[in-house]
Design a binder for this molecule. Structure first.
Ligand code: NAD
Length: 295
């Protein structure tokens, strides 16, 4: 397929590279020249503008920072530049309301459009092991599935337009809350005199078990290797967790959903971010709660 790819950042680069590896012809655009040079090195053609990336494309994928960027790129460029038959796929993590608005505007113009945010991080983007949560009609999903499968290992149809973003922010709100809870449980256990490795051995097999504990353990030297073992560098930045928690709280406000644990997690990640530690992995919440100097 001829694919236009807009937003070749940390995530977009690996995703575009995997499309090339799967035999697709990718025209890439980013505002950053360095990003475009990396895309070229990964086998993409360098497009001089978003419009040029979309011209003649059978599918256009966007991987942009936030809702404002997505609105601008679709309204200012893609709706005019993409061929009428092009499938539009936004993989950015954005608010549900923007995802629904842009999908409705796309449909009004005759485009097929999906929201397809991802889980799996930069490593998953590079390895092609992302999970895609997809919102759109069944027919649009069927059209997009092979392309998404070239960039990920799990592709799930979550429901109608916006359902992918809804799944993503609800999941990440749960992740933020369980990470904070896992960090405070380790700190309490240690202050009560337990060896953290012993606490891990018990809790990872008991009812306190969660992904935050067994796959992404925030205590260094305990469980599998995680960012905690690398000084909390790399992984999923606390600032990105804060972004997702804010999207969840905004959606909860719009729908009158009660999310006290999500709100508590958001306040803590906001405080960690204010302390200058937004670039650390989100499991550095352990150090923040322990009163360690940040960042
Ligand atoms: P990033 O900042 O590294 O990349 C975004 C890219 O978009 C940048 O290269 C930027 O120059 C480009 N850009 C911005 N406006 C543009 C425009 N108008 N036209 C063309 N290019 C433009 O961000 P990222 O880490 O790659 O994340 C991208 C999206 O994926 C975000 O919505 C993020 O929340 C989501 N996400 C990130 C991760 C992660 O671990 N990094 C995990 C899951 C989801």
């Amino acid at each position: 397929m001829r694919v236009g790819f807009i937003g070749i950042g940390n995530m977009g680069l690996g995703m575009a590279a995997n499309l090339v590896k799967a035999g697709h012809e990718v025209a890439a655009f980013d505002l950053s020249d360095e990003a475009l040079a990396r895309a070229e090195a990964a086998g993409c053609a360098r497009a001089p503008s978003a419009g040029a990336a979309a011209a003649g494309a059978e599918a256009v994928v966007t991987m942009l920072p936030a809702g404002a960027h997505v609105r601008a790129v679709y309204r200012d460029t893609l709706f005019a530049a993409a061929p009428a038959a092009a499938l539009l796929i936004d993989c950015s993590t954005i608010d549900v309301a923007t995802a629904r608005d842009i999908a409705a505007e796309a449909r009004a113009r005759g485009f097929a459009m999906l929201d397809a945010p991802v889980s799996g991080g930069i490593a998953g983007a590079a390895a092609g092991t992302l999970t895609f949560m997809v919102g759109g009609s069944a027919a649009e999903f069927a059209q997009a599935e092979p392309l998404l499968a070239a960039m990920g290992k799990t592709v799930v149809h979550a429901g109608a337009a916006g359902a992918g973003q809804a799944a993503k922010i609800a999941n990440n709100m749960l992740l933020g809350a369980t990470m904070v809870a896992t960090c405070e449980a380790f700190l309490l256990a240690e202050k009560l005199g337990l060896d953290p490795a012993t606490f891990y051995a018990i809790s990872s097999k008991a009812s306190g078990q969660s992904w935050s504990m067994t796959t992404y353990c925030p205590w260094p030297g305990v469980g599998p290797e995680t960012p905690a073992d690398r000084g909390y560098q790399g992984g999923f930045a606390a600032a990105l967790m804060l972004k997702d928690l804010k999207l969840a709280l905004a959606a909860a406000g719009d729908t009158n959903a009660s999310v006290p644990m999500g709100a508590a997690a958001a306040a803590l990640y906001q405080a960690m971010n204010n302390a200058g530690a937004g670039g650390r992995d989100f499991s550095a919440m352990l150090r923040f709660l322990d009163g360690a100097a940040m960042p």
